[in-house]
Design a protein around this ligand. Structure first.
Ligand SMILES: [Cu+2]
Length: 171
């Protein structure tokens, strides 16, 4: 009986060992921004650090915005066990999902993912100057003027159209 238990325990260890070898692919050790973290300032790049060097061929990193747009911008850079992906402006606040595909040392692809939250959206290149709240009432006024002008233009266009249509059967 004792011998049987010893054999069972030994085979269990062997199974565990085999499983360990089979799973010896590159593993994601850390991510910058950290997985699950949240920040006000959007990052300019995403850095993935693996437990072993990964291949640069076939390495892809997508950084998806809350609406599903890939904001990865520029070439992914692989140095040893570090994968760096530059990202463009993050104009949406919310959760960004990182999906990466790297190639392990044994040639097998590995897919990893993570996510971080940007609480304050980045701005596009053209940001209106801050500190001009006085412009909003006059802005509303000019909007009204624009609407009136547009109505006048439409009236003229409609009047012209009516004149043209009326003339047509006559000619
Ligand atoms: Cu493998």
């Amino acid at each position: 009986m004792r011998r049987l238990i010893a054999v069972l325990v030994a085979s269990l260890f062997m199974l565990a060992g085999t499983a360990g070898v089979a799973a010896a692919h590159a593993k994601l050790e850390s991510m910058t921004p950290a997985d699950g973290s949240s920040m006000a300032a959007p990052p300019a790049k995403v850095v993935l650090t693996f437990n072993e060097p990964v291949g640069s061929d076939g390495t892809q990193v997508q950084v998806k915005s809350p609406s599903g747009k890939d904001v990865a911008s520029g070439d992914v850079q692989v140095i040893d066990n570090t994968v760096t992906q530059p990202v463009g402006a993050m104009v949406e606040a919310g959760k960004y999902t990182v999906e990466a595909r790297v190639v392990s040392a044994d040639g097998h692809p590995v897919e990893v993912s993570g996510a971080f939250t940007v609480t304050h959206a980045g701005h596009p290149a053209t940001e209106p100057a801050a500190g001009t709240p006085a412009s909003s009432p006059s802005g509303g006024g000019s909007n009204t003027v624009t609407i009136v002008a547009m109505c006048l233009v439409m009236l003229v266009v409609v009047a012209l159209a009516v004149v043209i249509v009326r003339r047509r059967p006559a000619s």
